[in-house]
Design a binder for this molecule. Structure first.
Ligand SMILES: [Zn+2]
Ligand SMILES: [Zn+2]
Length: 139
């Protein structure tokens, strides 16, 4: 009779999943979109171009979602925030996060944001550009 040898444990190394981007989506109400364009001096911008917002913070379970609405000259940008399950009702001008990465450049969040910096978050919608140019699908 043979005793079973030591059964290999299904010892998967605990690979820490990279934090994921929140990606909550909302639509900026038109008056706020127009206000954002006015604040940024973009008098020719189309509010429809900046209305679709997506939270770029690290996945979170509470608090406000934050999305960049429009860049402002200098090191600031117009952001909006909205509570879970609601729509934006405010705009904020926030300074850019000053963190930079030698390979990935500057962080795209605002200064003092919670969670990881841009390059620390896994964003399934925005994979790092890996394909060389020229492989675009022919239409
Ligand atoms: Zn969020
Ligand atoms: Zn940052």
């Amino acid at each position: 009779m043979t005793a079973p040898d030591s059964i290999p444990m299904n010892g998967r190394a605990p690979t820490p999943d990279p934090p994921t981007i929140c990606s909550a989506m909302t639509v900026l109400p038109d008056p706020l979109a127009r206000t954002a364009l006015a604040w940024t001096g973009d008098h020719h911008g189309d509010p429809a171009d900046i209305r679709d917002l997506r939270c770029t913070l690290e996945s979170h379970t509470g608090g406000y979602h934050y999305a960049l609405v429009h860049d402002v000259a200098g090191n600031t940008a117009v952001w909006s925030r909205w509570p879970q399950g609601s729509i934006p009702d405010t705009l904020l001008v926030l300074p850019d996060c000053l963190a930079t990465h030698p390979d990935h450049g500057g962080c795209s969040e605002y200064e003092g944001h919670p969670g990881g910096h841009t390059w620390q978050l896994h964003d399934p919608w925005n994979p790092r550009p890996a394909r060389p140019e020229g492989t675009a699908d022919a239409s």
